[in-house]
Design a protein around this ligand. Structure first.
Ligand code: GDP
Ligand code: GDP
Ligand code: MG
Length: 342
């Protein structure tokens, strides 16, 4: 069971014998339209494809001239350019184009029209690196969100809280960004909107102490998932990274036996800078997974391939907008499909 599966664990079925004899319309549970699995998948794939519109445009250009034509050196050069423009990085751009060329040859394929399929397979493989950590469904789960300022941690905290709450989990938010009073206020507003509890501290309080209090509250309230929103910090500021290390140690101490996930929240619009963030945050607090935000509207979606390849940590979630519903489960095949033109 991986982190994804948290969302699948629904509320236990209501014990019918404990129900009142007559159920008035007000008592009856709201009828939730069951969305068929295929339809959900199609929605997810569609949202990912839309989020990648601008990044995909570079590849569409490479295929634009004579899509029915045969691949040649000029085409593969254009493919490198497309990868570089999509911000996968120069070295990796060349590497991907070469690998695609090799696979085309091996398969005896010669038409440009065959390239997207081969590219999708390759990219999907790279993005499948790293296994989501196993999860004990019967114990508290703690999701710590870390990252630089403005990457989308607080918004993701709200999105995850909303999803988990809707799936019937008892969720608690911890406002461990104590640097600015406004940060706690922002999370408090979200907590109210999505209807979950929040534990906060005073401005300037030790974030570790907020986390400690939140962990105690989580245990005494029978919380299923505790989501910790931490203060943004530059990966190069050693003292702040040390502070984050302390927060993670506090979580481990205060929540023995819990499933603890450290998720790095990366803003897709920063492109290649995500690599340095990923490397240094991983050193500080052994990352469990990545969340990519603001994929909507950026043309730099390719950087995600570079990060996944370097870190071998799975991408779990993608943010595609500013509302609580703008969260998509990351599937490598969806991303790879969305990147390439049809
Ligand atoms: P934090 O500093 O890491 O907590 O970042 P915030 O959660 O406060 O987000 C910073 C800004 O990015 C806010 O204006 C958010 O509305 C916006 N944002 C966050 N996630 C997304 C996303 O997936 N798409 C878009 N378009 N905007 C986002
Ligand atoms: P150390 O700071 O690395 O020595 O680790 P500690 O075990 O002392 O605790 C780490 C952090 O957790 C502390 O800085 C406190 O902020 C917090 N903490 C530990 N014990 C308590 C407690 O009993 N109450 C509260 N509110 N916070 C605590
Ligand atoms: Mg924040």
């Amino acid at each position: 069971m991986g982190l994804f599966d948290l969302f699948k664990k629904k509320k236990p079925a209501v014990d019918k014998s404990a129900q009142p004899e007559t159920i008035t319309p007000e008592d009856a549970a709201p009828v939730v339209e069951a969305v068929p699995v295929e339809e959900k998948q199609a929605q997810r794939t569609g949202r990912m494809r839309r989020a990648l519109n601008r990044t995909r445009a570079f590849f569409a250009t490479a295929f634009a001239t004579d899509p029915e034509g045969l691949v040649d050196d000029e085409f593969y050069d254009e493919l490198v350019d497309a990868f570089v423009l999509a911000d996968v990085g120069t070295g990796l751009g060349q590497e991907l184009s070469d690998a695609i060329q090799d696979r085309m040859k091996e398969a005896g394929l010669v038409k440009k029209a065959d390239v997207p399929g081969v590219a999708r397979e390759l990219i999907s493989e790279i993005l499948s690196a790293g296994d989501p950590s196993p999860l004990d469904p019967d114990t508290l789960s703690v999701i710590m969100l870390v990252g630089v300022n403005g990457s989308g941690k607080t918004t993701l905290a709200a999105k995850l809280a909303h999803r988990l709450n809707q799936a019937g989990h008892r969720v608690l938010l911890a406002a461990a960004d104590t640097f600015r009073a406004a940060a706690t206020d922002q999370l408090r507003v979200w907590a109210g909107r999505v209807g979950v509890d929040i534990v906060a501290g005073q401005e300037g309080a030790d974030p570790a102490s907020v986390v400690f209090d939140a962990a105690q509250a989580a245990r005494s309230r029978g919380t299923d998932v505790l989501i910790v929103d931490t203060a943004g910090r530059l990966q190069t500021k050693k003292n702040l990274m040390d502070e984050l290390g302390k927060v993670t140690r506090t979580v481990d101490k205060a929540c023995p036996g819990a499933n603890v996930a450290h998720i790095l929240v990366l803003d897709a619009t920063v492109g290649q800078n995500a690599l340095s963030q990923a490397e240094l945050f991983n050193e500080c607090c052994a990352l469990t997974g990545l969340a990519i935000t603001k994929l909507d509207g950026t043309a730099k979606g390719g950087a995600l391939i570079a990060v996944a390849k370097q870190l071998r940590v799975p991408v779990l979630y993608v943010g595609v907008g500013e509302t609580p519903d703008d969260l998509v489960d990351f599937k490598p095949a969806d991303f790879a499909a969305g990147l390439m033109p049809d």
